[in-house]
Design a protein around this ligand. Structure first.
Ligand code: IVH
Length: 716
């Protein structure tokens, strides 16, 4: 095919493939067979291989599990996006207003009260009326460029109406409406994906999607509540922003109030509380802002927030309902968590039927019994908590809840022995092979932030474990696609087969996880006390997982803390830790000559214990056998010269089974090698995938070593 014709055909194919993806994944109503789909897909792969310069990052071929692989561009905010001081008490609202009155004596201080939208903060920049950029808040100074995703929100206009100013930055919250949230979670449950805890998380998760076509399917909306950088916007009162934005076609809050005294502010706050559940978006408070910009300038800022605004947060809504039963769930670490099964009741915008009871002590302390009427509270999360029992409504024949007796002294999932763990006031299933534990560990391993194997969430993990295909997380790497494709996610009476396409996606995502950086792996292994931050800190000072397991630095930390009392003998270790960058001199007076380290002794002990345990050793051995050797993200320049592929030249051809060219290139470069476009005698390796081009023949002709992805991984 000629290049010109390919240039026409490729976009048509992509469009068609995306349409079928949508029908299959989002509407669960495919109209072509898997076979026909694969034919279309292959046709696209062939053309893109033939004309690599026509490959675009959003092409379906560049997506693993439907997602393009590149990350968001980082953009700086023109003016920092600040946050507000929060308060839960009316007395503090009074203090807030009184402070302003002290700072601006003898002035009237009109304020605006508006809903505090519980969504994701964003900034949109319009230049001469056209949407130029949209970004997340990020750390307040730098955020993700999410322009393409924001463009998929129907209520965000591409062009402003009327006389648009030269520059208008508007700020607000992206939210997911309640109905859309419930529908999305229903769909995710059917597909076996992890559920979002609340609409805010769902909105945040949607905006993080790298593929805008997925975002387009999510029911997102936006409420704008202010401006950032502007040019030729002639406004000096906040209250004028609402009509201005509305006139330009931008969505603003449906209700806002003006007040000139504390009493009026509190009236507005109460009025908003009475109606806020009727809004499409979730609200968790009221924001009180000084109306006049000149007064705002004079009030200024404290270190982190403006003195001219405050957020008043509403107490979580409470309702009464009957506690019908208590079921015991088994978590990732074997902890047995009691969950209250409630008579379904409507609270804070949705119906709830379960509430966590945390642990046995909590049940005892609150004397919660089956059959009780309880007060429950929902604070943003989907699973609410039981606050207290309404003792006056207690049935006469009720008995105190006996945790161990309730489950006949056995793990309710595997029937294995249970033991009360005094340190955690919790009962724990002692059987490491308890399927409930395995499932939770697999889920955690595959979760976002860990190894990000999205297709192995909830129900899929459940079924993999139930069928005995996975007994521990690393078994995922030895799954056979045929077995995964046949997995029945439904029941025997109503089977729902995972299917070849889903299985391929899952397998690709699993393959990709092999090469994720060390910090993700350390987190995914669920080492006690190692959260995301600790995992990242550890990777800054260790290159491989074995380095962490054998870490002298961690042993030094323990030793330092043991010897701390004897200053002299601790000094040498302290110096070593400082020199490595892992520790620095403590600023605290009490700790004179002491040091603070990136991680403390408890974490150091926990990490060393983990790798010294039978489980830890087995994991290390298994990873080695599987050829999984995650590397830390940092590779210092000095080390680069000594890297495995230093000076080696690679040429890529064909489609690799589980990585894109960009990924392969990144990996080669990370190890000091480089990638060129054409084969010569100087080429060290030709990395060939499916349907390689003429470079393959050339390599053969010149006797250059040709390797496939598996060999490439070995080299890596
Ligand atoms: S004004 C400098 N108004 O709540 C003040 N914020 O901590 C800028 N929010 O980061 C914020 N609704 O993401 C403002 N009506 C509203 C809001 C609102 C929600 C969020 C915003 C901000 C956080 C406050």
């Amino acid at each position: 095919m000629e290049r010109k014709e390919a240039g026409r055909k490729i976009p048509q194919l992509r469009k068609e493939i995306r349409r079928h993806d949508r029908l299959y994944y989002e509407e669960a109503a495919p109209i072509i067979s898997d076979h026909e789909y694969d034919r279309l897909y292959k046709e696209l792969v062939d053309l893109e291989t033939q004309f690599p310069d026509l490959v675009t990052p959003d092409s379906p071929t560049q997506c693993v599990g439907g997602r393009p692989l590149q990350a968001f561009e980082q953009v700086s905010h023109l003016i920092p996006m600040l946050s507000l001081d929060n308060t839960y008490s009316e007395a503090e609202v009074k203090n807030f207003y009184a402070r302003m009155q002290r700072l601006l004596p003898d002035e009237k201080i009109p304020v605006v009260i508006e809903p505090k939208v519980d969504g994701v903060a964003v900034s949109l920049i319009y230049e001469n009326g056209k949407l130029r950029q949209a970004a997340t808040r990020g750390d307040g100074n730098v955020g993700d460029n999410i322009t393409q995703n924001i463009r998929t929100i129907r209520s965000v206009p591409e062009r402003l109406r009327d006389n648009a100013p030269k520059l208008l930055e508007v700020r607000g919250e992206v939210y997911m409406d309640r109905k859309g949230f419930e529908k999305l979670n229903d769909e995710r449950e059917k597909e076996g994906l992890a559920l979002f805890a609340n609409p805010r998380n769902a909105a945040a998760g949607s905006l993080k999607q790298l593929d805008p076509s997925i975002v387009a399917k999510r029911p997102l909306g936006i409420v704008l509540y202010g401006t950032g950088a502007t040019e030729r916007v002639d406004i000096n009162l906040h209250s004028k922003i609402f009509p201005l934005l509305k006139k330009l076609g931008l969505p603003v809050t449906e209700r806002w109030w003006m007040a000139q005294s504390v009493a009026e502010i509190l009236d507005a706050i109460h009025e908003l509380d009475a109606i806020r559940h009727k809004f499409a978006y979730q609200t968790d408070g009221a924001v009180i802002k000084v109306d006049s910009f000149s007064q705002r300038d004079r009030l200024g800022f404290t270190a982190k927030s403006p003195r001219w605004a405050i957020a008043y947060k509403y107490a979580a809504e409470r309702v009464q309902t009957r506690l019908n039963d208590i079921v015991i769930q088994v978590g990732r670490t074997g902890i047995l968590t009691p969950v209250a099964m409630l008579e379904p009741v409507f609270v804070s915008g949705s119906t709830v039927g379960r509430a966590t009871l945390h642990n046995e002590d909590e049940i005892k302390r609150k004397d919660i019994r089956i059959g009780d009427t309880v007060v429950i509270e929902k604070a943003g999360e989907v699973i609410p908590a039981v606050v207290e029992v309404v003792k006056s409504k207690r049935p006469r024949d009720s008995k105190p809840f006996d945790f161990s007796k309730h489950i006949h002294g056995k793990c309710p999932v595997c029937g294995g022995p249970i033991r009360r763990d005094p340190e955690f006031v919790a009962w724990r299933c002692e059987n490491l092979h308890c399927p409930a534990q395995t499932t939770r560990r697999v889920e955690f391993f595959a979760a976002r932030g860990a190894l990000d194997i999205e297709s192995v969430g909830g129900i899929v993990a459940d079924k993999l474990v139930e069928r005995g295909l996975v007994k521990e997380p690393l078994d995922l790497f030895e799954l056979k696609i045929e077995a995964v494709a046949k997995l029945n996610l439904g029941t025997e009476e109503a089977p729902r087969v995972f299917g070849e396409k889903n299985a391929t996606k899952a397998m690709n995502a699993i393959e990709r996880a092999r090469t994720l950086p060390l910090s993700r792996w350390l987190y995914a292994l669920a080492i006690p006390d190692v959260g995301k931050t600790t995992a990242t800190q550890l990777t800054r000072f260790h290159d491989t997982i074995q380095d962490v397991a054998d870490s002298q630095l961690l042993r030094d930390i323990l030793e330092y803390h043991q010897r701390r009392e004897h200053k002299e003998s601790a000094k040498e270790i302290a110096e070593r830790l400082i020199k490595s960058g892992f520790g620095k001199p403590s600023k605290s007076k009490a700790e004179k000559d002491g040091i603070v380290t990136e991680v403390g002794p408890a974490v150091a002990q926990s990490v060393l214990d983990f790798f010294a345990s039978a489980t830890g050793k087995k994991i290390l051995r298994r990873m080695k056998e599987l050829g999984i050797e995650p590397k830390s993200e940092k590779v210092s320049a000095k080390k680069a010269a000594a890297l495995a592929l230093a000076g080696k030249t690679f040429v890529l051809t064909g489609t690799l089974p589980s990585m894109t060219r960009e990924e392969a290139t990144e990996k080669i470069e990370a190890l000091g090698g480089h990638v060129t476009g054409s084969v010569s005698k100087k080429t060290d390796y030709v990395l060939a995938g499916a349907e390689p081009g003429s470079k393959f023949d050339k390599a053969k002709e010149l006797g250059v070593k040709i390797i496939d992805e598996a060999e490439f991984r070995k080299i890596l």
